[in-house]
Design a protein. Structure first.
Length: 359
């Protein structure tokens, strides 16, 4: 039976649901900021994995999307979103062939950080009469992929610009999220990350190689992009659904939530819910209970949550609770559907086709 039209409280639990008003408010707020600031917006889809939400962002003004994997990019292109950046490396020869093929249906760009990968892309694209746009990834704080120096960036840019089948576009970076408590420190740190990436871009241009595209920035640094005087495309994607990890960003609201049923009250002050860490997927940070200040999370196990209550909000078997995730990016991969709710009633249901796209 379709959930559309039923009350949220009548959903089978556990259920991952989206407050449509809050999500659409988040999209509208970010779109308005970028429109006024004149900043490009290429939201990341790794935390939503649903084309329907990405299409809402594009309708609001986003220029395209960012994806973490080739398979996620394929999902987006299949849905009609054709301007895509894969903010990671694609190195396997079969995957590069898929990337070249995908570019016959859209403009799908990819990040690189080594010579061999650039040469492989050139060879495979040329052999298949194709071309792939590439950006050099710059390591600004993550300590994983990306060039570490301006000299490395210039060397790779010179190679990419010289090879057939490769269209060198610019630079890209991804930043580590700190738990900031004030706007001044947050923006100052974001500017420092941007400056590292922009330093590589400027060194490349000083070498005589055009590098028009700069893709960087997260939700936490969205409002620092306009302060750089450079045409940065901001990749922030967390803004749409959010989590309590970002509660210092009061301009956005948590829109994705989990409905759970109390299945046991084994002793006074303790209640057990029917959702566990397998659905939350962030074992080191518990969710919070919405609208019940007297109820706290004690701990979670695989399929259950253990709650403590001080008695001000008694919980009985069969009661429903709403949990707010700490970090939603990983949580979405645990679910098959989002259930969109407005005014307490299910309005739409979205399958999650990007779920499980590890390749």
């Amino acid at each position: 039976m379709s959930e559309v039209g039923i009350r949220k409280e009548d959903l089978d639990t556990p259920a991952l649901w989206v407050d449509l008003d809050k999500m659409e408010g988040n999209i509208a707020a970010l779109a308005a900021h970028f429109r006024e600031a004149g900043v490009g917006w290429r939201p990341h889809t790794k935390g939503i994995k649903v084309p329907a939400i990405a299409h809402k962002a594009i309708a609001a003004g986003a220029i395209g999307v960012t994806c973490a994997k080739l398979a996620e990019a394929e999902v987006m292109v299949q849905s009609g979103i054709t301007d895509v950046l894969i903010a990671n490396q694609v190195v396997d020869h079969d995957k590069i062939k898929r990337l070249v093929s995908l570019n016959t249906r859209g403009d799908v760009k990819v990040c690189v950080d080594n010579e061999e990968n650039i040469r492989d892309i050139s060879e495979i694209a040329t052999a298949n009469n194709g071309e792939v746009g590439v950006l050099i990834e710059v390591d600004t704080s993550m300590g994983r992929a990306g060039v570490r120096t301006q000299e490395q960036g210039v060397k790779l840019a010179r190679l990419a610009a010289s090879l057939p089948g490769v269209n060198f576009l610019g630079v890209m970076s991804h930043q580590h999220l700190e738990e900031f408590t004030n706007t001044e420190d947050r923006i100052l740190t974001a500017r420092g990350y941007y400056d590292i990436c922009l330093g590589v871009k400027r060194a490349i241009e000083d070498a005589g190689i055009p590098a028009p595209m700069i893709s960087s920035g997260e939700t936490f640094s969205y409002d620092a992009a306009a302060q750089t005087d450079e045409p940065i495309e901001v990749e922030g994607g967390t803004y749409a659904l959010m989590g309590s990890r970002y509660d210092y960003m009061t301009e956005f609201q948590i829109a994705n939530k989990i409905l759970s049923t109390i299945v046991s009250t084994p002793r006074e002050g303790v209640a057990i819910g029917d959702v566990g860490v397998r659905a939350i997927s962030f074992p080191h940070a518990d969710p919070t209970v919405e609208g019940m200040p007297g109820v706290t999370v004690d701990h979670m196990v695989d399929d259950h949550i253990v709650l403590n209550t001080d008695g001000t909000t008694p919980l009985n078997i069969g009661d429903k609770i709403v949990l707010l995730p700490f970090y939603q990016d990983m949580m979405v991969n645990r679910w098959d559907q989002y259930i969109g709710v407005r005014d307490g009633v299910v309005e739409e249901v979205w399958d999650i086709p990007g779920r499980g796209c590890y390749h």
